[in-house]
Design a protein around this ligand. Structure first.
Ligand SMILES: NC(=O)c1ccc[n+]([C@@H]2O[C@H](COP(=O)([O-])OP(=O)(O)OC[C@H]3O[C@@H](n4cnc5c(N)ncnc54)[C@H](OP(=O)(O)O)[C@@H]3O)[C@@H](O)[C@H]2O)c1
Length: 265
């Protein structure tokens, strides 16, 4: 059985890929989950991750993924990171199909993966896989500041990430009494290569705009904080971690231009 092994969904790009790299740097074994096999293979070659191609919205694929995790060394950690946004239309003009897809991946996919891997995490905890011999496990769900504050055009993404936040809270209550911590990480503006491009349906010029004249978070920034939560002593549960760039003081306030100390307050 592996000593410290963590499953990361949505590992083929952005925050997920950076998270696998960070875990690997700190000596964790990793299982990298996504749909695009070529990207997973490249990440596996770089980090030693065990790649599993899996669409988290497909229950049969998730069941096979969980069986493969169990057969190849089990796990004591799960990062539910697969997710994303589609569209910025108003509630009035939104497409139900976009909302369905956002709910499928950000909410129902998270639930399906969690349910499939909970028995594996319990086995890992029972076997006392952690380096100090204690039998613990950890789950961390990537939500967003969009799961804590609504904004015009947030629509289905707000709704899906608020739901993912709620599911995380419910899960923590339901797992009370077990040695399994349930954490949530809610990032603000992160410059990943695909997130906004996918949200804006491939419009590269529009997708570049949110990151103009501002220092956003890099995926590596998020990964450092995320993996830091797993590196805490196992009885320490960081229920909710919010991380934003200094230039973004709320979902409505992003300072563009240099950050300069004021002469006077
Ligand atoms: N970027 C931001 O500003 C930001 C801010 C707050 C929160 N977040 C959240 O952080 C997470 C990662 O975001 P990111 O910026 O790194 O996005 P990203 O670069 O677009 O990555 C999303 C990842 O999810 C995977 N994925 C999507 N649908 C999937 C499915 N059905 N099954 C399996 N994997 C799937 C994608 O891989 P495949 O396409 O290969 O399957 C990809 O690896 C998301 O949950 C996002 O909502 C992002």
């Amino acid at each position: 059985m592996a000593e410290r092994r963590v499953v990361v969904t949505g590992a083929s790009s952005g925050i997920g890929a950076a998270t696998v790299r960070r875990f690997a740097e700190l000596g964790w074994q990793t299982v990298a989950i996504a749909r695009r096999e070529d990207r997973l293979r490249a990440l596996a070659a770089e980090t030693g991750a065990h790649p599993i191609v899996c669409d988290v919205t497909d229950e049969a694929q998730v069941a096979r993924m969980a069986a493969e995790v169990a057969e190849t060394g089990g796990a004591t950690g799960l990062v539910n990171n697969a997710g994303g946004a589609l569209g910025t239309e108003s509630v009035e003009r939104a497409l139900n199909e976009d909302w369905r897809r956002m709910f499928e991946v950000n909410v129902i996919g998270l639930r399906t993966v969690t349910a499939a891997l909970l028995p594996v995490l319990r086995d890992g905890a029972r076997a006392g896989l952690d380096a100090d011999g204690a039998g613990w496990a950890s789950i961390l769900n990537l939500t967003s500041t969009a799961g804590h504050a609504a904004y015009p055009g947030g629509g289905g993404y707000n709704a899906a990430k608020y739901a993912a936040h709620a599911v995380t809270e419910v899960l923590r209550l339901e797992l009370a009494g077990e040695p399994i911590r349930v954490m949530e990480l809610a990032p603000g503006l992160v410059h990943t290569e695909e997130f906004t491009l996918n949200r804006l349906r491939g419009d590269a010029a529009a997708a570049a705009k949110p990151y103009e004249d501002v220092i956003p978070l890099a995926p590596e920034d998020v990964a450092r904080v995320l993996v830091g939560a797993f590196e805490q002593p196992p009885h320490v549960n960081q229920d909710l971690i919010v991380i934003r760039p200094v230039a973004q003081s709320s979902v409505f306030h992003t300072h563009r231009g240099p950050l300069v100390p004021k002469a006077e307050a």
